[in-house]
Design a binder for this molecule. Structure first.
Ligand code: C2E
Ligand code: MG
Ligand code: MG
Length: 526
């Protein structure tokens, strides 16, 4: 023995000389362990491994140990030499790494990896014991609002507080995991009756309803819960999670702060929707979005003055999907921000390329969703798109719907002024369908009103629509704005608009939305 031996074991030389090393045994390894160890030494002359030994003070120490047999010239074993070191620190570091790999660092809850493991274990046990497992998919309501309006540090604290409550409201044997963002999953084993699960879901929702997430400022957080049961709703963890997720969507659709059990009809509606959302998430990465352009014309000269970008989604199975089918989904899920960034960048790059090649494409109009507009990041998005493409700002115009602007008029004014200061144009889209306050309209730094196509459709036969369009044109001009009409399909409609002094038009009569390459050809021909 040496000094390190004393340090690790606590025994001095006089205490151990002449004793059998067995005195260090902790009792944590069984007889088989030692038998195999001695078999290996006899066979190979050497053994290496980890084991627990007991110190003099009774504490157990994990050790890495090598034992070698020392033989004389005749090959007889003279003695054994054991070399060992204390691996407490290494073990602790390993455990920490292990923990980090399997837990969410913010809330300390199991992460998706560990959850899937636990759920699989639960399913196998339930199979053996003929019981049920419940999977609860919990998604906080409007959590994005909290993050956006109060900041991420508040959002993080809300998540921790909510995680703590979920833990407190469930049994020790249940698993509460965080999947990411504001999504949690609870796995409950040994369920005899679905009513048991309803009670837990009610308890969670009641708790959130009754108790504010009290920080400096008190506010309430709601949640939507979707529930699936093994074996009724799925035989494996992936299916159970997918179905609980679909049920959660149904709960959200039905007005939030509620729970729903999975039912087979969800496979049709919500699941298709869910699949669409997942697909949409990948659409940008997989380069499936397409820029379509619809030309706009001057009614005075008949000349092309620019085009509006109308995005399309080239879906691998469903073909070309129109924006009406995925923009609302993108708005709900927040994906619209990434989608809008993509559209702006892609369209500005293309447009700048043409402008610098001397093609004279005119002004590029891009739609901005109400969600993008409200998030307040629209300024950054535009700045980035202009910088990345070097597009002269006067060649860019944004279309923002009337309702998006008016639903928070005061903030809108500020954002619009910032955008105007960059030198880009601004148009109100779908004008006439919202409820514009004329007082605000006067203060908005706009260039253009876009008459909604619902008023154009029945021109010039419908007298009421004629009166509305006439009034909008007069209003626009009195505010020194250009007026453009969308959805112009017939020569009669164009005639009416021209005679009323409308400035510009867009519609099937002169050109449908077309792939960017087709539009380029159109510009080249001019
Ligand atoms: P919007 O901005 O009001 O676009 C006009 C819509 O009318 C387009 O539908 C266009 O194809 C259609 N249209 C054009 N001319 C005519 C016509 O003569 N007759 C009729 N009946 N329709 C005509 P689309 O392409 O399906 O787009 C629908 C909406 O989706 C757009 O309405 C816009 O709000 C939104 N959208 C499209 N692209 C984007 C985008 O990149 N970002 C955002 N946020 N929204 C977009
Ligand atoms: Mg538009
Ligand atoms: Mg419109």
């Amino acid at each position: 023995m040496n000094r390190a031996f004393t340090e690790v074991t606590g025994y001095s030389e006089s205490e151990v000389l002449g004793c059998n090393p067995r005195m260090l045994q902790s009792g944590r390894q069984d007889q088989d362990f030692y038998r195999e160890m001695w078999d290996a030494i006899a066979r190979d002359g050497r053994w290496q491994g980890e084991l627990w030994n007991k110190r003099k003070d009774g504490r157990l120490v994990p050790e890495s140990l090598t034992i070698s047999a020392v033989r004389d010239a005749a090959g007889n074993v003279m003695h054994y030499v054991g070399v060992f070191s204390d691996i407490t620190e290494i073990k602790r570091a390993n455990e920490l790494l292990e923990h980090q790999a399997h837990h969410d660092h913010l809330t300390g809850l199991p992460n998706r990896l560990l959850l899937e493991d636990r759920l699989l274990g639960a399913v196998l046990r339930a199979q053996r014991e003929q019981t049920q497992v419940a999977v609860l998919f919990v998604d906080l309501d409007r959590f994005k609002n909290i993050n956006d309006s109060l900041g991420h540090h508040v959002g993080d604290r809300v998540l921790c507080e909510v995680a703590r409550r979920f833990r407190a409201l469930t049994r020790e044997s249940d698993t509460v995991a965080r999947l990411g963002g504001d999504e949690f999953l609870i796995v409950m084993e040994g369920i005899a009756d679905p009513a048991m699960v309803s009670r837990i879901a009610d308890k969670i929702l009641d708790d959130l309803r009754a108790n504010p997430v009290s920080l400096e400022q008190e506010f309430f957080v709601g949640a939507s819960i979707g529930i699936s049961l093994f074996p009724r709703d799925g035989a494996d963890p992936a299916t159970l999670m997918k179905h609980a997720d679909a049920a959660m969507y149904r709960a959200k659709e039905r007005g939030r702060n509620a729970y729903e059990f999975f039912t087979s009809d969800l496979t049709q509606s919500s699941l298709a929707r869910f699949r669409m959302e997942t697909d949409l998430r990948h659409a940008i990465e997989r380069d499936e979005l397409r820029i379509y352009l619809q030309p706009q014309f001057s009614l005075k000269t008949g000349r092309r003055i620019g085009a509006e970008v109308l995005v399309r989604w080239q879906h691998p199975q469903q073909g070309l999907v129109p924006p009406g089918q995925f923009i609302p989904l993108a708005e709900e899920s927040g994906l619209i921000v990434a989608l809008g960034e993509w559209v702006q960048c892609a369209a500005c790059l293309r447009w700048a390329e043409w402008a610098y090649a001397g093609l004279n494409p005119g002004v590029l109009s891009i739609n901005v969703s109400r969600v993008e507009f409200r998030r307040g990041r629209i300024e950054d998005t535009v700045r980035n798109a202009l910088a990345a493409s070097s597009l002269p700002p006067e060649l860019l115009e944004l279309e923002i719907t009337e309702s998006a602007i008016m639903s928070q008029a005061e903030q809108s004014i500020e954002v619009l002024h910032h955008l105007r200061a960059m030198g880009i144009g601004l148009a109100i889209d779908d004008f006439g369908t919202g409820y514009s306050s004329l007082a605000y309209l006067k203060r908005l730094p706009l260039n253009k009103l876009k008459v909604d196509q619902s008023f154009v459709r029945d021109l010039p036969g419908d007298l009421e629509d004629c009166a509305i369009v006439r009034a909008v044109i007069a209003l626009g001009h009195s505010l020194e704005l250009k007026v453009i009409a969308e959805g112009v399909e017939t020569a009669d409609q164009r005639w009416f608009l021209t005679s009323e002094g409308c400035d510009e038009m867009q519609g099937y009569l002169r050109g449908r939305p077309m792939p960017a390459d087709d539009f380029r050809r159109l510009v080249l021909e001019a």
